[in-house]
Ligand binder design. Structure first.
Ligand SMILES: CC(=O)SCCNC(=O)CCNC(=O)[C@H](O)C(C)(C)COP(=O)(O)OP(=O)(O)OC[C@H]1O[C@@H](n2cnc3c(N)ncnc32)[C@H](O)[C@@H]1OP(=O)(O)O
Ligand SMILES: CC(C)C(=O)C(=O)O
Length: 558
């Protein structure tokens, strides 16, 4: 049996004044990417300088204005990377580079050497403040831990004197979520007192869920409590830095935004320590799907995936929100049916809003234009097959035809598994369009007859083969379709009734084709069959559909 008694419940904050449950996200936060630091420090193979440069360029292209580039005092690669950014002039003027350092003098000194030449830098100092780390890692009391932060801030003030660019200070009470709130507040206030931020150059207090320890509402309470208890709130940017240990990083971030966070640190696709940092793209796409401008240029998720996978050597899970290969694909019949109907309704209503069941956003808005929304396997239904015929080949099959084709495709999928669109089209062609034996239409001439013959106004002279023998016959009817049907029925001794007729253009432009769909009923037996014809001429496509239906009704092997 699982020994759950080994685990203590994380204390929750007693905070009944909370306001965040009544709020809504209204705008994008300040985004800060920590891919090149927190993400990178968790990789099996951390990125080399060239990979970091490529990744940095991607982040700039996506619109990140704050990018943590590493821990330059930690290793030569980290140091060299920042120097390369500076020396190759790769940091746009409107982008702040952020560097992480422990509150230790030799590391701070080295970091200031690394940032020489940068215009805008966020110096990010941290120390662990949680009850557990104070006890087992540092063996220090609250005052001693606070002193580390104060000393670190003073050291930054000392070294910034010889620096030309703009410095903003960020302080993280690391392991914040395991820290008593009054102590987290006390230590931040102590740092603030030393730093003396201004409204123009606010200090960033970054309150990390270094380890996600409990439910997202508790993190939101902690963030709102801090936000409402800070003094000089207008001189503070409240930043969050959630991890995803319980799989709730995105939820915790969203609730923390409601609770007053101004800024989010996270990574693309949630790379990072253990289960990762929060996935900032996920949050941004969530905002986008609510009609909020995410203020990131994320309209080509495939390009982001490509650079990410190459540089980090990590894969995106097929079910990853927005980015996974399968997240915009429906295999199951009822989902496909609803998507098929939803897409048609969208086209017909011409609404400016995207509203399709099971698809929270239009995949093409993320640059996922060419990926299949509907894939066909044994779980699929007639709506899915109709969707494939329409979306890949432009055939808008009449509803009454859906089942017959779908039954055939289902039989194939039960034998072989997934059925590709081209296999579906091949089957459709084989069943309907190529139903040209024994009756095969060749040509026809139509005449309007003013003096009606037996009440008909159209005469056709029809040439076709029957079992490869060429024949030319005449027929009369109300319009060419009726006249051809009568001609064939009289010639062959068949009695039929037309029970369905639909047609539409297949493509637009000068070489457009028409598709015609017909259902004929054998008036003696009640049996029915569909026929399909295509041609650049609408009359000819209808006649081909009649031939197809006649062959299938009277000559198909049962
Ligand atoms: C939650 C996070 O992600 S925090 C960021 C973590 N990232 C990294 O650690 C990656 C880069 N780090 C490194 O490469 C190394 O840690 C270095 C180069 C920075 C420092 O290396 P070292 O000095 O050899 O060792 P280490 O990091 O283990 O330092 C431990 C010492 O620093 C102290 N320390 C740890 N964090 C801090 C801090 N934030 N401020 C001040 N002192 C600290 C510890 O108490 C310990 O002290 P002790 O030696 O007296 O016991
Ligand atoms: C340095 C801090 C912000 C950190 O990475 C964390 O707490 O996860």
């Amino acid at each position: 049996m699982l020994n759950y008694k080994r685990y203590k419940r994380v204390p929750v904050l007693n905070y009944p004044e909370r306001q965040w449950p009544n709020k809504e996200i209204q705008k994008a936060p300040i985004w800060c990417s920590v891919d090149l630091r927190d993400g990178n420090q968790a990789l099996i193979e951390p990125m080399v300088v060239e990979e970091k440069i490529e990744f940095f360029k991607l982040l700039v292209k996506l619109g990140f204005k704050e990018i943590e580039v590493g821990f330059p005092a930690a290793s030569q690669i980290e140091y060299d990377f920042l120097r390369t950014l500076v020396e190759q002039n790769l940091i746009p003027d409107d982008v702040k580079v952020q560097v992480l350092i422990q509150c230790r003098e030799h590391l701070i000194k080295r970091t200031f050497e690394a940032i020489q030449g940068c215009k805008n830098v966020i110096i990010h100092i941290y120390n662990s403040t949680s009850t557990l780390q104070r006890d087992v890692v540092f063996d220090m009391n609250r005052e001693e831990i606070k002193q580390i932060a104060i000393d670190g801030t003073e050291m930054v003030k000392k070294y910034m004197k010889g620096f030309d660019g703009n410095i903003q200070l960020q302080y993280s009470p690391e392991s914040f979520t395991g820290t008593e709130m009054d102590f987290a507040l006390e230590i931040c206030e102590a740092v603030k007192d030393v730093w003396q931020p201004t409204v123009e150059n606010p200090i960033i207090f970054n309150l990390p869920a270094t380890v996600e320890m409990t439910t997202p509402n508790v993190y939101a309470d902690q963030i709102e409590w801090m936000s409402t208890h800070f003094t000089d709130r207008d001189k503070i940017i409240l930043s969050i830095h959630p991890h995803n240990d319980r799989g709730c990083g995105v939820a915790a971030s969203e609730l923390a935004l409601l609770a007053g966070a101004d800024r989010i640190e996270g990574t693309l696709f949630g790379n990072g320590e253990r289960t990762g940092n929060v996935d900032v793209l996920n949050i941004a796409y969530n905002m986008f799907s609510q009609g909020i401008n995410p203020e990131l240029d994320i309209e080509n998720v495939n390009e982001i995936i490509e650079v990410y996978e190459r540089c980090t050597k990590m894969d995106i899970d097929p079910r990853h929100p927005y980015a996974g290969k399968l997240v915009f694909t429906a295999f199951s019949g009822s989902h496909q049916d609803a998507i098929n109907k939803g897409v048609h309704a969208l086209e017909q209503r011409k609404s400016p809003y995207w509203e399709v069941p099971y698809l929270p956003i239009d995949p093409s808005d993320l640059g996922r234009k060419y990926e299949p929304i509907v894939r066909i396997n044994s779980q699929s239904g007639k709506g899915g097959v109709a969707f494939v015929m329409d979306h890949y080949y432009g055939f808008k099959l009449p509803k009454v035809m859906h089942k017959e084709l779908s039954d055939e495709i289902q039989a194939i999928s039960e034998r072989q598994g997934e059925v590709s669109p081209s296999q579906i089209m091949d089957k459709f062609r084989e069943m309907y369009i190529n139903a040209k034996y024994p009756l095969h239409f060749r040509k026809m001439r139509t005449e309007d007859i003013s003096e009606t013959v037996e009440g008909y106004d159209t005469k056709v002279v029809l040439t076709y083969t029957f079992k490869d023998e060429l024949k030319t016959i005449e027929g009369f009817g109300n319009g060419p379709i009726d006249a051809v049907k009568h001609a064939l029925c009289n010639q062959g001794g068949f009695k039929t009734k037309l029970t369905m007729y639909e047609e539409h253009a297949l493509t637009t432009g000068s070489d457009s084709q028409a598709a015609s769909y017909i259902e004929l009923m054998n008036s003696e037996t009640g049996e029915r069959a569909f026929g399909v014809g295509i041609s650049s001429n609408i009359t000819r496509s209808s006649v081909r559909a009649i031939f197809s239906a006649m062959n299938r009704l009277f000559f198909r092997k049962k």
